[in-house]
Design a protein around this ligand. Sequence first.
Ligand SMILES: Nc1nc2c(ncn2[C@@H]2O[C@H](COP(=O)(O)O[C@H]3[C@@H](O)[C@H](n4cnc5c(=O)[nH]c(N)nc54)O[C@@H]3COP(=O)(O)O)[C@@H](O)[C@H]2O)c(=O)[nH]1
Length: 946
Amino acid sequence: MIATFKARSVWSRRVLVSLLLTAAALLLSDSNLLYRWDLFLYDWNRMAWSRAPAEDIVIVAIDEQSLREIGRWPWSRRIHAQLIRQLSAAEAMVIGLNIVFAEPETTDPGADAELASALAANGRVVLPLLNEQHRLGEELRETLPIALLQAAAAGIGHVDVELDLDGIARSIFLKAGLGTSRWPTLALAMLELGDPAAERALPGERARPTASASPSPDAWHRDYRILIPFVGPPGRFQHFSYRDVLYGEFPPASFRGKFVLVGATASGMADALPTPVSGLSRLMPGVEYNANVLDALRQSLTIQALPAHWTLLLTGVLVFFPMLLHSACPARWTLPVAVLSLLLTLISSFVLLYTRQLWFPPAATLLVQGLGCPLWSWQRLLLLIRSLFEQEVRAQVTLHSIGDAVITTDAHGAVQYLNPVAESLLGAEPGALRGQKLGSMFEVADEQGRYRSVNLVALCLEAGALVRLPEPSILRNDAGEEYAIRASAAPIHDRQMRVVGVVIAFSNITETRRLTEQMRYQADHDALTHLPNLGLLRDRLKHAIARARRSGQSLALLFVDLDQFKKINEGLGHSAGDALLRAVADRLLLCGRRDDTIVRVGGDEFICMLEDLRQEDRVVDFAHKLLRMLETPFQIGNNECVVTASIGICLFPKDGGDVETLLRNADTAMYRAKESGRNNIQFYAHDMHLRSLERLNMEQGLRHALARQELEIHYQPQMDLRRDRIIGVEALLRWRHPQRGLISPLDFIPLAEETGLIESIGEWVLRTACQQAKAWQQKHRPTLRMAVNLSPRQFLRPGMVSMIAGILQETGLEPRYLDLEITESLLMKDVQGSIMTMHALKAIGVRLSIDDFGTGYSSLNYLKQFPIDQLKIDKSFVHDLVVGKEDASITLAIIAMAHSMSLTVIAEGVESEAQKTFLRANHCDEIQGYHLSRPLPADEIPALLN
Ligand SMILES: Nc1nc2c(ncn2[C@@H]2O[C@H](COP(=O)(O)O[C@H]3[C@@H](O)[C@H](n4cnc5c(=O)[nH]c(N)nc54)O[C@@H]3COP(=O)(O)O)[C@@H](O)[C@H]2O)c(=O)[nH]1
């Protein structure tokens, strides 16, 4: 939009200036200011043109010879009568006697009558008429031949010639006269006499109408102005001396049928005129001038001025369009356009003149066209200067406002310009450095990080091209300040591509570098402990492996995982957990040497990398030192925390040759250490890897087991000892693996627990068991109870209670028939949390049992707080019940304690009648075990119920 507006305004300006120039040309053209130039151009135009005179025009010249032989002028009119008679005898067609007979001949009264007689006898003689001013200031008057001669002559023609402003005669008025232009010019009168029948439309430029309505009778009027195309310099027409004609000394056919002009050519007496073809020094006799007029008229070659309106139009066109073109064309086209437009004007004028006999005065057009070129160039120059000025200002503002430092120097390195940022970084006062040499104030670091000075200008001049300083580079100024900079220098060339200076640009990247380093540090380090992180370890490990390969040394990775850290986090809060991790990191650092790498992997996991191991003993010592260091309790706020760790160790090259293998194997070894009872050290062994693989396979299989319907539930009956009757069943999960057959829950429940799959699997078990219980209640035993195991992860899962309530509602099983078994060890991990969850479960009406009771060290105090219904004596006590006194007494104590708390007791793992008898005798409420039945598929249970 803005661009269109700008383009329009540029064009408007161009059109306006072109119009103004055109108007100037029109004014000039209409005025007489350039008249002389037009006359000059006319002459120049005509000079190139010559033609042969008409053969039927002859001049009888009153020349020097005639004067010498006939006598002094004026001659007797009898002589002229004799000449007329000679010409009549020679059969001349028309005679123009260009001699003035304004007064009667007083010395010889009969002479006038004789001449009149000769004129009358010939009947084709034209006499001249003069316009004369007798006294200065008087009006012009017509001077006619005396009445006698006027009456005898066949015609009268005026010989009035108007000189142009340059004093040269180029034209004639075909008609002129006092008061009215009634007299034809002599040549026209002769022509009309020669061919009186011809219809003749007079050519020529008409007189401009006068302001007054009626023309003045005393003024000389001229009309039908024509320009004369002269046949050439004087002397081109056929001449006969007056004397020869008078004495009959001429060839017989010299005058037959011809126009004969008689007049003076002798110097001193001739009414000679300066013409373009004769020049000022050599004048053209009037008789010859009239011969030229006659010739032009006879051949219809008269020239006339182009009518004014056409002149103006042509001038306008020839000025306006070239001017517009000038304004729009590129600067390099200015001269050719100017030359072309000048040529076009000259050619137009030339063509009009020679094809149409119209004179177009081109001076005004040429002048404006000629001036247009420098004018537009000047305009362009002005624009260029203005644009250079604007660019200069813009560059100044830019250089003053940018954040980068810019310095320009000459080819010798002397400062020519520097912007405020450069002055500030160089610690210089404004203008102080101008003219001074920059020298070696920049420094660059080598590979060892040592800085050396460089002369950036010299470097650039030497290279002759853009030079960049390597990063990091330092600028050290005279004030001793240092900046990290990014700098480059480029040569400045002149038009001949010679280097005339250097421009240096540099930016202060101190803050950027600091931030970059900070970000790099943050990316590579753990925010809590400030130890390197796993990413940096990977990098260092890669290099350490390469070094170890070269030196033949080994290296060790120790994967350290804190035991039970979760308890501290949950018990004391996360800030205490963070404080503990920081303290652990400090102690780990104390254990290591300077070149050992100790990183925090995440959570409570750390890795130590030991290099240059000549003996593996050092690794063991280091690991033991670590465990010992951790043994000392940590003081976290007001709490004293005891922390142990499990450490897995793997060695390069023995246990792996690359980063990822070593990391994975150290992790595997750490898990083995955990499985081995925590607070110990495990070296990586190959079979760990196989087990890991197996575990991985099982995990992948378990992920799809539910969807592939590979899971199934077996049910084991539970019997009321007092009534000898099955009162419930326990749902026990099985995995029917496509390759490995039926897999015990002992082999996959821990994995499901670890991977979180237990949540979806457990929900499926609950739903399936509740549906089954409801079905059996409806078909076989309306009060049948269903016991379902809850894993720790299920128990701790938020939303667990509502999930169970939903399943009960969905399946229609009354809550009191669902018995949820929770292991004693799970409850003891978080007693308070467990109590709250159990209350929530009790609120929906389900039964709660403590499974594996006797193995979890629960105190009576805690037991009292649990809202439970039943204790399930672990099968390890039941196994030796009959033979082992200790187990029997524990079992009896559990039964007594439970009853004292109004809880029922169920013994699991009852395999014999003796165990059953013992338990019944000691008031155990219920039993479960192989003695009654092994866990059975669902379709086998109804037989037992019936
Ligand atoms: N969270 C869940 N845990 C479950 C689920 N299903 C089972 N389990 C737990 O898996 C553990 C092993 O169960 P399983 O192999 O099924 O063993 C049970 C019985 O088969 C076994 N038992 C029963 N009677 C006898 C016997 O007379 N002798 C003998 N040696 N073993 C016997 O005891 C297991 C039942 O244990 P318990 O749950 O403690 O009553 C086991 O810990 C299951 O809890 C599940 O769906 N979710």
